[in-house]
Design a protein around this ligand. Structure first.
Ligand SMILES: [Zn+2]
Length: 163
């Protein structure tokens, strides 16, 4: 432990249950494509912006950090802590930013197009979408729900083809 009031502290279990659940799901995707880099964890830092205290959310900010405590990008939007799907999309996006900027790794990459995917929501569900179209010039496609990048049916089918 260190004594500075401004240093990041690990989020305590049960403090932000939906963010914690979301991170467990996102860590599955990280482990599927970049094994050994996680698990990511949640760190809380005191807010230095006094104006933010107006909406009651300014006490602390929570970041998605690497195991060694580094992070990059924005803190988690407090409004996302009360809805499971919003929390998942929010945590996925923050995780992606930290991995990209601290590890210099594009993650996750679409297996079809080799493009970095983006976290978002479709029909309320948190998903990874890819800007590569299924047809040339076609619209972006959703690759997988967040947490399901290691869907087991795909690699198995591919393996059968190799035999
Ligand atoms: Zn794609």
């Amino acid at each position: 432990m260190n004594g500075s009031p401004d240093s990041p502290r690990p989020v305590r279990p049960g403090e932000f249950p939906l963010w914690e659940e979301a991170l467990t799901v996102v860590n599955r995707d990280l482990d599927a494509l970049l094994p050994g880099r996680g698990p990511l964890r949640l760190l809380a830092l005191p807010s230095w912006d006094e104006e933010e205290a107006e909406d009651g959310a300014g006490r602390e900010h929570v970041y998605v950090a690497l195991p060694d405590g580094r992070w990059h990008g924005n803190h988690l939007w407090h409004g996302s802590a009360s809805d499971p799907d919003t929390a998942l999309a929010e945590v996925a996006e923050a995780a992606q930013e930290t991995v990209l900027e601290c590890l210099w790794q594009v993650w996750p990459v679409c297996g079809e197009h080799g493009l970095g995917m983006h976290a978002g929501q479709e029909d309320g569900r948190a998903v990874w979408w890819c800007a590569g179209g299924r047809a040339p010039g076609g619209p972006a496609h959703v690759r997988a729900a967040v947490g399901e990048l290691d869907a087991p049916h795909r690699p198995r089918r591919a393996r059968r083809k190799l035999r």
